[in-house]
Write a protein that binds this ligand. Structure first.
Ligand code: ZN
Length: 277
């Protein structure tokens, strides 16, 4: 059985970790690196429209502050009513301190994990059961805390799969890891199912189509950021032409997978329906 989940990280625009700071910043523009949220909001509406056109339910990992910011101008609850919502920190914190160089205490990490979920519940009236760490920075102690705080799954680990098979697996106690897929392109070079390199114009859509064609069993977790539809690190705010290419590419990858008989669902649905005890 081949299943796929389209996952979207909804967080501050073109985010980066900054040394000495717990929360993330946005890539500097006009000398200012304060967090921005406009591209995240704009891209979110575009991605939701693609998923709904294709009749699939996505999984949205939403940073709490971004949820509050987008909610000021958009009815986020209604926009995402038929999709899964999952947690992605409060201010896009670097939980392991790998880039920020800030070593968080267990209590601080707990507050981020619990507080992020509580804030989403306030805004969206639903409690998330899944988590993705900002920058995918995760370690065993964060995973243990997620299990302890009642999360059902995490999706922050990238797993290389040369045979095209990838299944969610148990990590700590009841906590399940739904890994991000990493396969190969035609030349055998590593290619991750995050569409990052596609939107930065460092990879072609045919690379991803090839990767999808080699996926043979399990759950293929595809991932992107909402802001990446309209802004990138390499090009800044995108022209209408580039933004419309992004939309076309995302649609083509998903449609191509559907045409190959891959069934799309949320990560939560996959775990509930296929991993029940
Ligand atoms: Zn993020």
């Amino acid at each position: 059985m081949r299943c796929a989940a389209m996952t979207v990280d909804v967080d501050r625009d073109v985010n980066l970790a900054e040394k000495g700071r717990i929360g993330g910043v946005s890539r500097e523009r006009d000398g200012n690196d304060s967090p921005r949220f406009k591209s995240a909001a704009k891209g979110l509406k575009l991605i939701v429209s693609i998923l709904e056109d294709l009749g699939i339910h996505g999984t949205f990992f939403i940073e709490a502050e971004t949820a509050r910011e987008i909610s000021k101008t958009t009815d986020l609850r209604s926009l995402l009513r038929s999709h899964e919502i999952a947690a992605h920190g409060i201010m896009h914190e670097d939980l392991t301190g790998a880039d920020s160089r800030v070593r968080l205490t267990t209590q601080q990490i707990e507050e981020i994990i619990v507080g992020g979920a509580n804030s989403l519940k306030e805004v969206l009236k639903r409690r998330p059961v899944g988590f993705r760490a900002p920058y995918l920075h995760i370690d065993d102690s964060v995973l243990r805390l997620l299990a302890q705080e009642g999360y059902i799954y995490d999706s922050s680990i990238v797993r290389r799969q040369d045979r095209g098979e990838v299944y969610p697996y148990r990590v700590f106690g009841p906590l399940i890891e739904a890994p991000i897929y990493s396969g190969s392109d035609k030349e055998g070079k590593k290619l991750v199912s995050y569409l990052w390199s596609l939107h930065e114009r460092e990879r072609n859509i045919s690379d991803y189509e090839y990767m999808v064609s080699k996926f043979s069993a399990g759950l293929l977790v595809l991932a992107t950021h909402s802001w990446h539809m309209v802004e990138s690190y390499n090009d800044g705010l995108l022209s209408e032409k580039k933004a419309s290419d992004n939309m076309k590419w995302v649609r083509t990858i998903i449609q191509g997978a559907i045409d190959r008989g891959i069934e799309f669902m949320t990560i939560e649905e996959y775990i509930e329906e296929r991993m029940g005890d």
